[in-house]
Structure formats: C-alpha cells, structure tokens
Design a protein around this ligand. Structure first.
Ligand SMILES: [Ca+2]
Ligand SMILES: [Ca+2]
Ligand SMILES: [Ca+2]
Length: 590
C-alpha cells in the first residue's frame, strides 16, 4: 500500500487545522474518549486529520484513520490514501475563490471547473468538495494512474450533508471522451432540479442522463468506483461500450426518480459491462406518474413497460448484492441477451430486496430467436414483497422471477411473498420458459400471493431439460389459483421434496390443460414432496411489520423514506437489504 509521509507541498495537508473542531467533539463516540477519526490527531501521519479530512475515515466513529490501502473496504466504505505525488484540491462554493490556490481547505477554489482545472490528468489527484455546499455545475472527472491510484472526487468538512450539485437539464457527471478509467466519485448529491415536477424550480422534462460512461472499440472502461452518491431526477444513467468494460463498482448510492419524456429512462442501464452493484437503493425509476392518470400536462414520465430500476444488456461477470429495489416503472432488474447463446453470462443476483413495481427479476426479456442466451446464472436469497402494488403502467400484473433461455444456473433461497391485493389478477412467483437447461430451483418460498393465475408456470416440452424443482414451499390463496401449471409435458423436469399448502377440495395443478389434485400431480410429475399446511414462525411478514419492529411508522412510505435517506454520514443498518431480508426470512423459518 501507499504509505507516504506528508512532507512537501504537493499533498497540501490541512495540518494547520489540527485543533479538534466542535463538530468532531459533538460526533465523538458516546461514552468514551474520541476514537482515531475524531481525536484531532493525524493518527496515520498522512497529513490529513479525522473524518473531516482523512479519506481513511468513514465517519467520526470509524475506529481506524489509516492502515488500509486505497480501495480497500473499511466499515463497508472504500478508503483512499494519498500517493507521494497526490495533489489535493479543495473547493467550496460558500468560502472559496477561484483566485485561491485551492491546495488548502483555508483557501479553497470556488467553482468545480476551477478546481478540476488544476488537478492533473493521469495522476492520483483528489478534488474534495465542501460538504453542505451547493453548486450549479456538472462534474467533470479525470483519469487517475491505476485502480490503486485513482483520480478521486470526494468531500471534506464539518457538515454531514453531501455537497449538492444542482445540474438542471445538464448531466451529473460528464467527460468528453471515448473511454473511462481509474477514477472514484464518492459522496456527492446530484439533482436535476429543473426536472422535478414537485419543485418550485421545475422548468420541464428536458434533461440529460446523470452519467453516460462509454468506451469505444479497443478502448477500456475500468477501475471505476461510484460510491455514496445520490442521483435524483435524471433521464437515466448508463454505462456501456464496445470496448472492454471491467471492474466497475457501484456501491451504496441512491438512484431515485429517473424519468424520460417520450423516450426511455432506467435507474441504471448497462451494456457489455462487468459490474459489482452493491448495497445501493433504487427507488421509483423510469416513471414520474402512473400511466392513465388524468393530469399528464406538466411533465411526461408516465409509467411504461420499457423502464426499470436496472436494465442490463449482454452483461458478464456481474454481481448485484444487497441492493434495495423499490417501485420501478416495470422491472426491478431486467436482463437481456441479444447476441446469441451465452451473451449474458456469469451473473449473481444475491440477497437483494424488491418492493413494488410490476416484476422483480427478469432474465429472459426480448429476443426469443436464440436459445440458451443466459449462461451460468444465480438468483439467490432475494426477498420480494408487494410486487405489483402501485400498478405503474396501469396493468394488473405482479411477477417475481422469470427464467427464460438459460444455460445452467440456480434459483435458490428466494422469498416471493405477501401480495395482499386481490385486485391484481396476473400474479406469479416463477416462470420457466424458452430453451432452458440445467437449472436448479430449490428452497424458495412462494407464499401469501393473491392471484387468479398460477404461482409457478413451466413451459415444459422438449425445449426444457435438466430442470430440478426441489424443497420449495408453495401456498395458494383461495381456490381459484393454480399452484403449478405446465403448458406442455414435464419430461425434462424432476420434482423432489416440495411442500404444497392446498385449499380443501381444490385442484391446484394443471398439466397440458388438465387440472388435478395432489394425487394426480404426483402421478404425472413424479413429485416426492407433500401436501400439508406450511408451518412458519410468522407467516405474514411485511414491510409495515418491519417498520414496526424497528420503532418506525408502520408504512411502506416510511420505509422508502428511510432507505432513500441512506448516506455515509447517516448510515442506518436497519435500512440495508440484508438486515431487512433477515427479518423477513425469519418469519418463514429461513
Ligand atoms: Ca485522528
Ligand atoms: Ca491522517
Ligand atoms: Ca477507517
């Protein structure tokens, strides 16, 4: 790791600010002496002191100021250490002047443009924005030296409020160029304020994507980190390229209220990229108002089936973990693979939380010409609740997981539960379709879903082989709904150890158009499981109940408000997907 003495003028450390500020004392850990990130000392001798200035501190309670290399995770946040030649530029809209050198927090630059003009391309320079300040500028970035010596745009100061960039119709982040490498943007709030119909500053829906990273053929996008930022009211965000796009990390950001006027907008669109998407919050992306509502005059952005919280095309080696996906226009995570067999591959979608929208996870959208388009896919330990609730497109569907044209994978340990609205008739937990082989569907719970269709739909027939459906728990509500429907014969399937809770006297299985009770199902499917009442510790667990368990207002709206307020300096573990999911899972004995 880089451990550099703070000598010389290049790093311009704020040593003169060595007295602890009132804010650092206020934010000291309760009940003991202040820890290293709030003790007024430069514990790691890098010339930067405490959480206000040292990017080794994630906050005043962080127990370490240094000791980890750049890009390592500490308390879940990326740390940065200056290199020997790092130049640090401070910028404050409230206290700065562009005639200042910017190399000390006492004499910061005023505008982002001036600050960035003195940071150097190809160097591990840092531009630090004063927290609590507001700019009306888009942000440029430069490229750093390497993944471990990136160009860094981050924050400093006594305020715990992210610096706010009100970019109007302009982008959040821009850079003319055909590649994007080795930079980190951390802790900035970006707001397309003139696109927000609920703001007095609203002008109209004209606008830009928040970011649109792009690599040309033979160019690269790599070593990129976007962390703890907030992207609000943009016309989507995008990462793509015909070149090589690897090592893109999107962690602990908040993406809200993307919408477009007459075109498409996603919370995050990506194509031909390898991404780690971790512990972000996506809420209400792809739409501003529900389709068919009477007043669409002020702005566009009606809900549409083409807009989603994330939209991933021809993706590879990508992991979505621990994210919260709320209220998309249509799908929480839409995936397509448009370049033939295996054109999306090695995907892990693990331990995310999905609430509302029309569909949770769909791997199988678009082109049906090519078989086996999705290779080596894992969907595990996700929790889906209230899918379909807001009816953004004015349809009445709520689907959890779609498996279509897969070549190997598993769907395991997921919960699709608690769809209490009897007005949604087209509800299902799982569909397996297309030319699909070698998929294990195990240990999932499908429970408490009002539907008049089937909880699980198999296309069946000769296109599907090596499908194992085992140890799942299914419950039907009412006697109209089917638990399992297979359109064609189930030759390529095996059924083991599932448990079905069945309304008395109903025939909730259908194979090739013929309905049956459990005895009939066992005969045609070879099922080794059982029909029984499902015994769960607490079989109805909801977001409302979760809110109650943490002492908050028992509403989905209050949960959404809490999730959207997440930031590094206001981090609440109770609004992480993993914590919520553990509580929901416990109700179902998982
Ligand atoms: Ca310290
Ligand atoms: Ca230090
Ligand atoms: Ca630390």
């Amino acid at each position: 790791m880089e451990r550099v003495a703070s000598t010389g003028s290049v790093a311009a450390p704020p040593v003169e600010d060595s007295a602890p500020s009132a804010a650092s004392e206020d934010r000291a850990p309760k009940g003991g002496p202040p820890g290293p990130c709030a003790d007024g000392k430069d514990n790691d001798a890098d010339g930067l002191i405490d959480w206000q200035y040292d990017l080794g501190c994630s906050g005043p309670d962080d127990p370490t100021e240094g000791g980890l290399a750049t890009r390592h995770l500490d308390e879940g946040w990326s740390v940065f250490e200056p290199s020997a030649d790092t130049r640090i530029i401070y910028v404050s809209s409230s206290a700065g002047k562009d005639t200042y050198p910017g190399t000390s927090p006492k004499k910061p630059k005023k505008t982002l443009a001036a600050a960035l003009s003195v940071a150097r391309e190809g160097h591990p320079d840092w531009v630090l924005l004063a927290r609590g300040d507001v700019w009306h500028e888009s942000l440029y970035y430069k490229e750093g030296r390497s993944r471990r010596e990136p160009f860094v745009i981050a924050t400093y100061g006594d305020s715990a409020t992210r610096p706010l960039l009100k970019t109007g119709a302009g982008p959040a982040i821009e850079r003319p160029g055909l590649r994007y490498n080795n930079f980190a943007i951390v802790g900035i709030a970006f707001y397309a304020h003139t696109r927000d119909p609920d703001s007095p500053e609203f002008q109209g829906p004209e606008g830009s994507k928040g970011f649109n990273f792009y690599s040309k053929p033979n160019k690269t996008g790599k070593g990129v980190l976007i962390e703890d930022c907030w992207f609000h009211f943009y016309a989507g965000n995008s990462i793509q390229g015909e070149g090589s796009n690897e090592d893109i990390v999107i962690r602990r950001n908040v993406f809200t209220n993307s919408y477009a006027n007459g075109s498409h907008a996603q919370g995050l669109h990506s194509k031909n990229v390898s991404i780690l998407l971790e512990e972000n919050v996506f809420d209400h992306n792809g739409w501003y108002r529900r389709a068919g509502s009477p007043d669409d005059k002020q702005a566009g952005g009606r809900g549409t089936m083409y807009n989603h919280n994330t939209y991933s095309v021809d993706q590879h080696r990508t992991t979505f973990r621990g994210n919260i996906f709320l209220r998309p226009s249509s799908i929480g995570n839409k995936w397509t693979a448009n370049a033939g067999a295996g054109s999306t591959s090695d995907i892990v979608i693990d331990d995310n939380l999905y609430v509302d929208g029309e569909i949770g996870i769909s791997l199988g959208g678009n082109d049906k010409v090519e078989p086996l388009r999705f290779k080596n896919i894992t969907i595990s330990n996700n929790v889906m609740l209230n899918i379909g609730r807001s009816r953004p497109t004015n349809r009445t569907l709520g689907w959890c997981i779609d498996v279509d044209d897969w070549d190997g994978g598993k769907v395991t340990g997921n919960l699709c539960v608690n769809q209490p609205d009897p007005g949604l008739n087209n509800v299902r937990a799982l569909a397996v379709d297309g030319v699909t082989r070698d998929v294990r569907i195990t240990g999932n719970v499908f429970h408490g879903l009002h539907t008049s269709k089937a909880l699980v739909v198999f296309a069946g027939g000769s296109d599907q082989n090596g499908i194992v459906f085992a140890d799942n728990r299914l419950q039907g509500l009412g006697d109209r709904a089917l638990l399992v429907r297979s359109i064609e014969a189930l030759e390529g399937y095996s059924f083991q150890g599932n448990a079905y809770e069945i309304a008395p006297g109903s025939r909730p299985f259908e194979l090739e158009g013929v309905r049956s009770d459990f005895e009939g199902w066992k005969n045609v499917s070879g099922e080794t499981g059982s029909e029984r009442k499902l015994a769960f510790p607490e079989p109805v667990r909801s977001i409302e109940g979760y809110q109650r368990s943490i002492g908050g207002p028992p509403t989905i709206a209050a949960f959404i408000e809490g999730a959207r307020a997440q930031s590094k300096l206001h981090w609440r573990p109770e609004y992480t997907a993993h914590t919520v999911n553990e509580w929901i899972r416990a109700g179902y004995g998982r």
